[in-house]
Design a protein around this ligand. Structure first.
Ligand code: ADP
Ligand code: ZN
Length: 209
């Protein structure tokens, strides 16, 4: 099963991606997590993308496409994968089709209103170690892995607006791109993660396979 998660920043793609990955026994691949790790590890890629990510801009297509090509050719992806954060432009969507023709079984569009997105992003903390996200509360360590929680630099109010604009201009057109292929499932992203996950599973079983 090859699944693409689409939706604005803060829609819950990461949370749902992890749940789907567990339930299908396939890897959840987040380009954002991969890039942030490269930045932390100070790899050549990390150095190249550090400021782009901080400013909420898009990493160049060629960089991200080769990163993904390499990742999905891994042995653990033979049964499928879940993509979170890729494709993010029509060019990236077309590149994915080229590498693996007819590659995507289902694209899930998590739809969340703009006001909610801003509130979620500004009010969340991210685990430095495992990438899990939490509402800001009185906790400073990740209940899952013990990593410390921090506010992502690109989750500052000034950058959030820019990321939403980048999403609307570059990524939102992918909704129609996949809809026209008959591969799109639209699910409302408001409510409890567990309920949203149930809705996802029901919809996937209708479209996929
Ligand atoms: P979000 O919370 O907005 O979904 P991500 O963790 O997916 O954030 O991505 C963080 C940043 O990493 C993006 O703002 C962008 O700079 C970069 N990035 C991630 N995936 C891609 C991609 N497919 N193409 C270009 N840039 C990307
Ligand atoms: Zn953690």
């Amino acid at each position: 099963m090859r699944i693409v998660l689409l939706g604005p920043p803060g829609a819950g793609k990461g949370t749902q991606g992890v749940l789907l990955g567990k339930s299908y026994g396939i890897p959840q691949i987040s380009t954002g997590d991969m890039l942030r790790k490269a930045v932390t590890d100070e790899t050549p890629l990390g150095m190249q993308v550090k400021e782009i990510i901080r400013d909420g801009k898009l990493v160049p297509d060629d960089l991200i496409i080769s990163l993904i090509e390499e990742r999905i050719s891994g042995d653990d992806c033979r049964k499928g994968f879940i993509l979170d954060g890729f494709p993010r432009t029509i060019e990236q969507g077309e590149a994915l089709e080229k590498v693996l023709p007819g590659s995507v079984d289902v694209t899930i569009y998590l739809n969340v209103p703009r006001e909610e997105v801003v509130e979620r992003l500004a009010g969340r903390l991210t685990c430095r170690k495992c990438g899990a996200v939490y509402r800001k509360r009185d906790i400073s360590v990740c209940p899952v892995c013990g990593g410390d929680l921090y506010q992502r630099e690109d989750d500052q109010k000034s950058t959030i607006e820019h990321r939403i604009k980048v999403y609307e201009e570059n990524t939102a057109p992918l909704v129609e791109f996949y809809r026209s292929k008959g591969k799109l499932v639209e699910v409302g992203g408001m409510g409890e993660p567990g309920d949203i996950f149930k809705a996802l599973q029901e919809n996937i079983s209708k479209v996929g396979s």
